[in-house]
Design a protein around this ligand. Structure first.
Ligand code: ADP
Ligand code: MG
Length: 561
């Protein structure tokens, strides 16, 4: 339980001072609340009873002052607690975001991206709510509760016992409440993950959904998870709804007892009316305190469930471990060697790559062909260490890539992925992702090689044409060409093109290949293609099937065999 909130320590320290200001304001506010009923009983028993108007006015003025001060402290406390809880939540989100950025593909696969989004938003909100709530009622409720009991004892010890007797009963009710609701809150957050998951998948696949007219299916899927969220949440709320009135009922029984006993005593002349009124007031304050405690504990339980999920993210071990003293990787040439490489995806049983051996001198071009699913993409994803090999070694310039610094390694490699991904922004900005310091001339040059210059120039805004999310306003082939330009501008040591002209017509593809020939002189290049003609000129060609290399050699050698 303790470790679920241990990671929060850092923020507690950071906001400690403000937290104490809120606390101090809270205590003063509670003291004001506590004095009120006693002043009131004085007004009734001394002022009203004796017809002493002066006294009534004096005490009334005091009451007014106490109320005003209380309100002032409440305002201060509200401002401080809102500032603290909002800043704390923003810090927490930022730290989570940084942590997630460092995640390897394995980590993201394990958590699922929808769940990461829920954790970063809603789960953080739950913890923030609790932090805010804590500053509102954390000390106020106990002070009010305990204070009410003490004040009642001072007024009349025998009747004070009634108040005291209520505490253990309410305690039992609250602890049952917490036990029951914790698992429900965990389930609510999971249900929220599922809703987010469906929305994400729908938005990512919106074109396919429309093309296949699968709206009804998608809607029913959404309805199902949405209903699930509603049911789970309702269950949680009902549990709380059941326990709160139980607490109120217990206290109200106490109030009835006091009215009854108090009534008898007033009749006998043992007690003054004002005292009974004050007693009822303290009883109400106790009730208020207990309801607050129940509420804050419910918030706590909910925050704890969320906090556990946040902690899981913080504690996830990045599967691509950065080495302690990595080899710097600035001036590499780019020779590449795979030795007995085996690779298995974390959640599958079979090896996706088996016994891969080949080497490539710097500046050479390697072609890889093979049917879909044969492991081509998997093979090239190992080079920038999107995943690490399961067995065997990959070396660049003779150095095991697990020994070099990850950033440097990725800086020297440019990969044009099979699935093109562009970002919101202009075309120029997208190309400059590869090299932020590139000049407009350089942007044009790589766009020409990638056969993108002509179509970009044909747009009204040219290179400043704004792309929507994922580059929606370009055709598949156009996106691929922008993506190639983005890789080229990086001037990498190793360039990987994963089937990146699949949506480009044959004539344009030929032009790209011819343009590339000049540009990639001195750059080690890996070309994945469907057609053998696309890799004809490569120095070496690998033929892959079912995760193995089934043929290797130059175009001529392969034709011969
Ligand atoms: P290719 O690029 O040659 O079409 P891939 O390298 O994409 O083939 O896939 C090779 C094999 O690995 C396939 O059987 C595929 O199902 C599997 N695979 C690909 N990506 C993953 C993943 N993230 N998790 C598990 N298996 C995967
Ligand atoms: Mg592929």
């Amino acid at each position: 339980m303790k470790s679920d909130i241990a990671y929060l320590k850092k923020y507690m320290v950071k906001y400690r001072n403000k937290f104490f200001i809120a606390l101090a304001a809270l205590i003063l506010e509670a003291i004001g609340d506590l004095i009120q009923p006693t002043i009131m009983s004085r007004i009734i028993d001394k002022g009203v009873k004796n017809g002493d108007l002066d006294y009534v006015l004096k005490m009334g003025g005091l009451m007014f002052l106490v109320t005003g001060l209380g309100a002032g402290f409440a305002i201060i406390r509200n401002i401080v607690s809102s500032t603290v809880s909002q800043s704390f939540a923003a810090d927490l989100r930022e730290d989570l975001y940084i942590k997630i950025q460092g995640f390897s593909f394995d980590n993201v696969d394990e958590f699922q991206d929808a769940s990461l989004i829920t954790r970063l938003t809603n789960d953080v909100n739950q913890v923030q709510n609790f932090a805010h709530g804590m500053m509102r009622i954390f000390v106020r409720a106990p002070i009010l509760g305990i204070g009410a009991i003490i004040m009642a004892f001072i007024l009349n010890p025998r009747m004070g016992l009634i108040l005291l007797a209520l505490v253990p009963i309410v305690g039992i009710i609250i602890s049952i409440n917490l036990k029951v609701s914790y698992p429900i809150f965990t389930r609510i957050q999971k249900a929220l993950d599922r809703v987010n998951g469906v929305i994400r998948e729908y938005l990512a696949g919106i074109r396919v959904v429309k093309a296949f007219n699968r709206f009804d299916y998608e809607r029913s899927r959404f309805k199902e998870v949405n209903q699930g969220l509603k049911d789970t949440t309702l269950k949680g709320m009902r549990t709380i709804a059941l326990f709160n009135p139980l607490v109120a009922l217990t206290v109200n029984v106490g109030i009835v007892l006091i009215l009854w006993i108090g009534g008898i005593k007033v009749n006998l002349g043992d007690m003054e009316v004002g005292k009974v009124v004050a007693f009822i007031n303290y009883m109400t304050q106790l009730l208020f305190a207990l309801v607050m405690v129940t509420r804050i504990l419910n918030m706590y339980i909910r925050a704890k469930a969320s906090s556990h999920r946040i902690r899981e993210v913080f504690e996830a071990e990045n599967t691509i471990m950065a080495k302690k003293d990595p080899v710097s990787f600035k001036d590499i040439k780019g020779s590449l060697e795979f030795e007995n490489v085996y690779f298995k995806y974390p959640n599958s049983r079979d090896y996706a790559l088996k016994d891969i051996n080949f080497s490539l001198n710097f500046g050479e071009t390697l072609g890889i062909i093979g049917p879909t699913g044969s492991g081509k993409t998997t093979l090239v994803n190992l080079i920038p260490r999107f995943y690490d090999v399961t067995k065997g070694t990959i070396r660049i310039d003779g150095i095991d890539i697990r020994d070099v610094d990850l950033r440097g390694l990725r800086e020297r490699i440019a990969l044009v992925p099979q699935k093109t991904l562009l970002f919101t922004g202009t075309i120029k900005e997208n190309i400059k992702w590869g090299d932020a310091s590139a000049s407009d001339e350089e942007v044009k040059e790589v766009a020409r090689i990638a056969q993108a210059h002509d179509f970009i120039s044909s747009f009204n805004e040219g290179y400043d044409t704004y792309l929507g999310q994922g580059g929606v306003n370009l055709s598949g082939g156009q996106k691929q060409r922008v993506s190639i330009a983005r890789a080229l501008i990086k001037k990498p040591s190793i360039l990987i093109l994963d089937d990146s002209t699949s949506a480009v017509d044959m004539i344009t593809e030929k032009k790209i290949r011819e343009g590339l020939k000049e540009y990639i002189r001195g750059i080690t290049t890996i070309l994945i293609a469907q057609r053998i003609t696309s890799v004809m000129d490569a120095d070496r060609i690998l033929v892959m099937d079912k995760g193995r290399i089934v043929g290797q050699g130059t175009h001529e050698e392969l034709i011969e065999s």
